[in-house]
Design a protein around this ligand. Structure first.
Ligand code: AHR
Length: 549
């Protein structure tokens, strides 16, 4: 555990600090960086749903991760892992997406309702995908269906976000799923079926994805073909007390043509069609491909735990594309949806490494998140915070035992990854008023296999809730700490705390046997005088909380 002191000094004026624009990095106060928070430049309210999650029926996510079964010795609430529920409550998990992902377009929701012992066993889309071990979880036992998933969300305090099957089920099945979930008991046969399972109250599911990655596993549609399907699937859905927010399957990374082609076809039937769409999904995974080690796709992804500093920066650079992707797709969307009725839903994001670091080897697509992934996640959440008008929801891929997991679990073992800690550090941004910030810091210079490369030196985001200001940031430099002067334009400060997540080893990660290698450290900020100086350790994620005067 790194116990470096990260807080250098302390001192903030109780009045607004108006600093000279000619800040010099050779400042007498010893700062090499500056963070300005512009309290009079609000950017919009940060949707809590930006801090959302994704739980696909894939590998160990549901079975072992979320679900242990009611007869398990592992503490559970109606079969759902209690420790997971407790932690998700702590980080105020706002929304969870289910059942996929690619799994969604081969899933029949009707298999997952009714008495658990009567539910069929089906093949799983992900069967046989694992190259590195036995393909367990090959079959879908359907023990986690709609009832169990919605119950899980309820226990966590999150909204469910269900993804409907467009590739392999007719639109009628979507209509009936909405009916099952949202019709009041006593009105339809499906609502009564739900009530008979012990759920008299409608599930009131608001968020519905219409397919997933419809350009690929969701049907290999062209953008125009998918738009036609979207219109058909959204033409009529049961009118219930819960207004539906439909999410269209959107582009992968920088596929601008998908965004444009989809919307152009949608409005071929009039611009009023845009009102059906709450959000357009955007997926962006970061692969460490830049160094072109091999043509083998799995090997080319880079390893979760074995990497050098160039891999570190290259992976962060790939993740940092997110801001340009948000801006780019937003611009394309604005060509057709000039009033920006449709928001971006980044419902899959995170780094994706090659197999080999799994805590539970048979869990496909599991990887062990390290400090690098904490920086990646902090950086990504800061990007979302800086774009509150554009991004209405985001879902980290995935919640547990898969890709950028917040948690790893196997049987009775459970650990919070560095990514899980970042979500905790950042949770107070939820629902806050995002504020414009200016980060000035020396850039990182590194060697990309013989060629010079640079990356930004310090970035973050700020939000305000009444008298509380949350300021989060990441220092991507693998070895250089920063001393940052924090300047608030438009308010003074009474008191503050800072919580940091870092380690002297950039590969540091938590395991079932060493759960506290990367954990947050908190300290008070002493407030006096007229400067707030903050030491930002190398390779760190920081959350500063200030009580405004
Ligand atoms: O998150 C894993 C998979 O990545 C999802 O199922 C799919 O949507 C994406 O390609």
């Amino acid at each position: 555990m790194n116990r470096r002191t990260f807080l250098q000094s302390s001192a903030i004026g109780a009045t607004s600090l108006l600093l000279s624009r000619n800040f010099s990095f050779a400042a007498a106060n010893g700062a090499d960086s500056r963070i300005e928070v512009l309290l009079d430049e609000p950017l919009g309210t940060i949707s809590p749903n930006i801090y959302g999650h994704f739980a696909e029926n894939l590998g160990g996510v549901l079975y072992d991760g979320v679900w242990v079964g009611p007869k398990s010795k592992v503490p559970n609430v109606q079969g759902l892992r209690k420790e997971l529920i407790d932690h998700m409550r702590k980080i105020k998990a706002p929304v969870v997406r289910f059942p996929g992902g690619c799994f969604a377009d081969s899933y029949d929701w009707r298999d997952g309702v009714g008495p658990a012992d009567k539910r069929p066993t089906r093949t799983n889309f992900w069967a046989g995908v694992a190259k590195n071990g036995p393909a367990v979880h090959k079959y879908d036992p359907n023990q986690v269906g709609t009832n169990e998933f919605v119950e899980f969300c309820k226990l966590v305090g999150a909204e469910p976000y269900l993804a409907a099957n467009v590739r392999s089920l007719p639109a009628q099945a979507f209509v009936q799923w909405v009916d099952y979930c949202n019709s009041p008991a006593g009105t339809t046969t499906l609502a009564d079926m739900r009530a008979a399972s012990g759920f008299a109250d409608p599930f009131a599911v608001k968020y519905w994805g219409v397919g997933n990655e419809s350009w690929g596993c969701g049907g290999s549609f062209t953008a125009a073909e998918y738009a036609t399907e979207f219109r058909r699937y959204s033409e009529w859905l049961p009118p219930t007390a819960t207004p539906l927010s439909l999410i269209a399957s959107g582009p992968n990374t920088d596929e601008w043509d998908w965004t444009r082609g989809f919307l152009e076809e949608i409005v071929r039937k009039g611009h009023g069609q845009l009102d059906r769409i709450y959000g357009m999904a955007l997926h962006h995974y970061a692969w460490n491909l830049a160094r072109g080690r091999t043509n083998d796709w799995d090997a080319a992804k880079g390893d979760a735990l074995q990497f050098d500093s160039t891999d570190w920066y290259e992976l962060l650079r790939e993740g940092d594309r997110m801001e340009g992707l948000i801006d780019g797709h937003w611009q394309v969307m604005g060509e057709i949806d000039q009033q920006h009725r449709i928001k971006l839903i980044v419902d899959e994001w995170g780094p994706w490494y090659k197999p080999g670091s799994e805590a539970t080897p048979e869990d496909i697509l599991e990887q062990t998140p390290s400090l690098r992934d904490a920086i990646f996640s902090g950086m990504t959440l800061d990007i979302f915070n800086r774009n509150p008008e554009k991004v209405a929801m985001a879902n980290c891929a995935q919640l547990i035992n898969c890709l950028n997991s917040l948690y790893l679990a196997h049987g009775d073992r459970f650990v919070i990854t560095p990514v899980g800690h970042v979500f905790d550090l950042y949770s107070s941004h939820q629902g806050g008023e995002a504020l414009r910030t200016l980060f000035t810091a020396p850039p990182v210079h590194y060697d990309r296999d013989g060629k010079p490369a640079t990356f930004w030196g310090l970035r973050g985001s700020a939000s305000r809730k009444g008298k509380t200001l949350t300021l989060t940031m990441t220092n991507p430099h693998v070895s250089q700490a920063r001393t940052a002067e924090i300047v608030l334009h438009g308010a003074g400060v009474k008191s503050g705390t800072v919580t940091s997540l870092t380690h002297t080893d950039i590969h540091a990660h938590n395991t079932f046997s060493q759960r506290d290698v990367v954990i947050p450290q908190s300290a008070d900020l002493k407030v006096s005088g007229n400067n707030l100086m903050l030491d930002v350790p190398a390779a760190s994620v920081l959350a500063v909380k200030l009580e405004l005067a």
